[in-house]
Write a protein that binds this ligand. Structure first.
Ligand SMILES: Nc1nc2c(c(=O)[nH]1)N[C@H]1C(S)=C(S)[C@@H](COP(=O)(O)O)O[C@H]1N2
Ligand SMILES: [Mo]
Length: 413
């Protein structure tokens, strides 16, 4: 069978050609012809590598380029972030090694045997728990997204890739204990209204969590996608507040101080408040509102005329995604995308739309609608209300411009 054998149906021929091209990219074009069926590739001529023992499995060496994305020109790395490579991921779960990071004082190296969680303040029985104590409580696993509220800021939506623009979001299956269970063990006093969580990092990051959230779906998690949390994600223990801004999900958790008032910490006064056009600031803006982005095709990719599956992710801190609409004509018309099941509460939802590009320059974009009926706003509609002084909670539609040569670029740039 040769590539130009006209007896192969068009679709088969396309697959044969792409397979040969993919092998060529990997093995070097010299061997691609021999490796393609009916040839016998080198890797079939002798047994492969031994079963892995005493090692942590890693992706194929041909995938070594797939890493987190650290902004260029970073001045220092301890208060910094890295982004998840959204354009290269499929499905809704973020692999642990590619989960976005945001640290204010670097990543502490915590010995779980020495780590302790103190629960005090307005409680009947102050507690100091070991990790073993915490793992004895009844556990739960849930898939939830986590997003930094500075994803992206308002003024410079400058990046090139989906990761540059919106890579401070990820999604995992988290396992831990309900915060309510642990608080009940300590016994809440009637004046209790807030729980102030503190991390064991050099930043001692501190956030106040309203009691209602603590008694609802809040978790203290120790595992992520089936294994212990990564150091970057708060090993050995973190707060997980489904749908709430990333900053409140305190990592390396060492203290819960039950109080009548919030702490008014740095992270809820000078930072993580939203300066409005009239000079007042919104404070305690906890919930992440509905958002979506097309991850393929997206910035820096190049497409050819013809069939494409448009795909991307949508999420909302208010519950489930009800629908995602996609425009392929710069916003003149919007079509309903297909939502991949399962559509989970406060998790990423994958959407898809079949599209045939006719080769003329255009702009594509997605907008999410959540189960409350809230619609992801355009940048114009969002900033008409919020202005441009604010930094956090930009959930505007992300447009991708497609040029005549098929190059996909940031529609804001
Ligand atoms: N102790 C502590 N918790 C923290 C932070 C931190 O620097 N220290 N960063 C916060 C911020 S701003 C975000 S967006 C999330 C990031 O979580 P991740 O690094 O697991 O993605 O953790 C939050 N919890
Ligand atoms: Mo954040």
């Amino acid at each position: 069978m040769s590539d130009n054998d006209t007896t192969i149906p068009a679709r088969r021929r396309f697959l044969v050609q792409s397979a040969a091209a993919a092998v060529g990219a990997v093995a070097g074009t010299a061997h691609a012809e021999e490796a393609a069926p009916p040839g016998i590739p080198d890797w079939m001529r002798a047994p492969g590598a031994d079963v892995g023992s005493q090692t942590y499995g890693t992706p194929s060496r041909f995938e070594a380029g797939l890493t987190r994305n650290v902004p260029k020109g970073l001045k220092q790395y301890t208060s910094a972030s890295s982004r998840s490579p959204l354009q290269d991921l499929d499905g809704i779960l973020t692999p642990n090694g590619l989960f976005y990071e945001r640290h204010h004082g670097g990543i502490p190296d915590i010995d779980p045997a020495k780590h302790r969680l103190l629960i005090h303040g307005l409680v009947e029985r102050p507690l100091i728990l070991t990790m073993e104590d915490i793992r004895r409580f009844p556990s739960e696993s849930h898939i939830y997204f986590l997003e930094c509220s500075g994803n992206p800021g308002f003024e410079a939506i400058k990046g090139k890739t989906a990761s540059d623009l919106v890579g401070l979001v990820s999604c995992a299956e988290w396992t831990g204990v309900r915060l309510a269970t642990v608080l009940r063990e300590a016994g809440l006093r009637p004046e209790a209204q807030w729980v102030v969580a503190e991390g064991a990092d050099a930043a001692a990051l501190t956030r106040s969590i309203p009691l209602a959230k603590c008694l609802d779906d809040a978790l203290l998690v120790y595992s992520q996608n089936g294994e212990r949390l990564r150091p970057q994600q708060g090993y050995p223990l973190r707060v997980l507040l489904p749908g709430f801004e990333g900053n409140m999900n305190v990592k390396w958790l060492r203290r819960l101080n039950v109080s009548a008032e919030p702490a008014y910490s740095r992270e809820e006064t000078s930072k993580y408040t939203d300066l409005m056009p009239d000079g007042t600031a919104r404070q305690f803006t906890f919930v992440m509102e509905a958002k979506s982005i097309i991850t393929r095709p997206s910035g820096t990719q190049r497409i050819t005329a013809g069939f494409h599956e448009i795909t991307g992710i949508a999420w909302t801190g208010r519950g489930r995604i009800r629908g995602v609409q996609v425009t392929t004509d710069g916003g003149k018309t919007w079509q309903e995308a297909m939502l991949q099941e399962p559509v989970l509460n406060r998790a990423l939802t994958r959407f898809r739309l079949s599209w045939t590009w006719d080769g003329t320059p255009t702009t594509i974009a997605s907008r999410a609608i959540d189960e409350t009926g809230y619609v992801q706003p355009s940048f114009e509609d969002l900033t008409a209300v919020r202005g441009l002084k604010s930094f956090y909670h930009n959930n505007a539609v992300v447009p991708w411009r497609i040029a005549a040569d098929g190059e996909v670029a940031n529609g804001y740039a």
